[in-house]
Design a protein around this ligand. Sequence first.
Ligand SMILES: Cc1cc2nc3c(=O)[nH]c(=O)nc-3n(C[C@H](O)[C@H](O)[C@H](O)COP(=O)(O)OP(=O)(O)OC[C@H]3O[C@@H](n4cnc5c(N)ncnc54)[C@H](O)[C@@H]3O)c2cc1C
Length: 371
Amino acid sequence: MKVAIVGGGVIGLSMAYELSRRGHDVVVTERERLGRQSSWAGAGVFPASNINTAIHPLEHLEARSDQLHPVWAHDLKQQTGIDNGFQRCGGLHLARTAGEKAALAGGVGEWQRRDFQTVKLSPEELKKRFSALRCAGDESWVAWWLPGEAQVCNPQHLKALVAACQINGVKLLENCGDAELDRNAGDVVGIRIPGRGGETITADAYCITAGAWTQHIVDEVPMVPVRGQMLLYKLDAAPFAAVVNEGSRYLVPRADGHVLFGATIEEAGFDTSTTAHGLANLQQHARDLLPALTEDRLVKSWAGLRPGTFDGFAYIGPLTGSENVFVAAGHFKAGLHLAPATAEAVSDLIEKKQPKIDLRPFAPARAMILP
Ligand SMILES: Cc1cc2nc3c(=O)[nH]c(=O)nc-3n(C[C@H](O)[C@H](O)[C@H](O)COP(=O)(O)OP(=O)(O)OC[C@H]3O[C@@H](n4cnc5c(N)ncnc54)[C@H](O)[C@@H]3O)c2cc1C
């Protein structure tokens, strides 16, 4: 079967990887460079999950991705030689204010309901395991340890996906401008690519994976771009392996001493620039949490657009009234995590197989209720 994919972020590349492994003939058309938008800008943190206690389809999507990530990391390395940095590094969750403590208590209750492994750390244990943190040993902080959290080095993951797609014979078209659907009396009959002289690609199935820009291609699915600014530091060595979370802020140490600190949550349209205020605020929080993150250790900063939806669920499924046009977009803060299970489910739909996950909460058609 021939499948044409619009948008080469982690979702489009994961779709191409999965479909090409199943023997399909795949073409991806990307407006700019492959994997340089939200998927590059993100942190690559994966929350804990548990397939045995998953109830809601979103919990199943999370848990299935959690199963697939180590397998994909292994297979991608075997095939391409690129290590995507996947590691089950665990996550430390901290709270200092009354509000943060209440929110963390709620989070712990939910993790325990889902039977995730959770460990409360005493001030002494926190000091022993995370001596580099400013709060180490401070009795006024609350600390919980979640061994199930993981991380991937997303730029490496994207490189590995591109390399694997190339090996599998996927046709990757970069710098092609804004692709559009070619419709005939409502039916999609091809994808028009301006960067290739207006050439139209025809296929048996089409998949729209254009992240925050998806609504520009199919206006049936409203999207909200939510900007996240991020800092990158370089220390001589990783202070610890775990992801550290406090409220909406997090610190992600990479094995080579790089440390990511993020992220802001802002509605600023499609503007991907950073702001002096946003960066200053992040820098202050970063130093406050890990004193080693001084200004002279700052390497660079950037911003990316999380693809948000009106109800917080991604759009995963066929476009309303269509049997061969699929949408996989709107994964907001979790697209790097949810990409493998999304790719598996949409590939099943394209092959007219029953997906492992109940996709009804993700149906693009639900947006039709909106005024
Ligand atoms: C600061 C930040 C931190 C994050 N942290 C995490 C995290 O820790 N864990 C996690 O799982 N997720 C995280 N995310 C979210 C995650 O990055 C996104 O959910 C995910 O990258 C979305 O992938 P995507 O492929 O849908 O979008 P994108 O990566 O944005 O890709 C869409 C692609 O489509 C292309 N495109 C758009 N329109 C067209 C067109 N008309 N024709 C052709 N191509 C087009 C774009 O150029 C782009 O390359 C974070 C995001 C941000 C911004």
